[in-house]
Each structure stands twice: as C-alpha cells, then as structure tokens.
Write a new protein. Structure first.
Length: 106
C-alpha cells in the first residue's frame, strides 16, 4: 500500500457547551487547526503516471475547507447545535479526482 499525506490549515472559533460560565472555554474562542488528509492505494490502483493521487486533485478539498471551515464559527459550520465533541468529516475522491460530499460525519 502506498500513501500520500497533505496538510491543510484553517482558523475557526467555537464554544464548548456544558461548562460553567466562569470557564474560559465556555465563551467563544478560536484555534488554528490542521487537517491531515491521507490517501492510500495499492500499487495496481495507482493513477498515471504512478501517483496515489495527483496533489492538484486535492484543490477541491482545500476549497471546501476554505469555504466551510476557515474563519467560521464551528458550532454553526459543524451542523449547528451544540459543539461538544470533535467532528470529523470524510471526503472521498472518485477515480476521476472529483470530491464526493464531505458532509457525511463519522
């Protein structure tokens, strides 16, 4: 199995609900985040000229991160409601390199 990894960075705010009002994380605050996208393929599934995936194919994912998460309030961007736990999005790529919906949560 061959693997490639690419990092994407964004900044966003959130509020942790359920904490006492005196706790600093109960107020809106922000963080810098790193999304690590890892793609794997068996040697017989490589795309020409022998790539797991052309890094340029990941531009659609970067655009989604920028549009959906960067400089956003995650309580709203992560589907609204309480933001009590870390949310993880999956973004699948077809063999043509087009991104599937990243909104299915794990």
């Amino acid at each position: 199995m061959l693997t490639i990894t690419k990092e994407f960075h964004f900044s966003a705010s959130h509020v942790l609900e359920g904490l006492p009002s005196w706790h600093p994380c109960s107020r809106m605050h922000g963080h810098n985040y790193v999304v690590v996208l890892e793609l794997s393929a068996a040697p017989e599934r490589l795309v020409p000229p022998g790539f797991v995936r052309d890094y340029r194919d990941l531009d659609k994912f970067k655009q989604w991160v920028d549009k959906t998460l960067d400089h956003r309030h995650l309580n709203e961007s992560a589907g609204g409601g309480g933001y009590r736990q870390r949310r993880i999005w999956r973004c699948g790529f077809s063999t043509s390199g087009s991104a599937s919906s990243p909104n299915s949560r794990q």
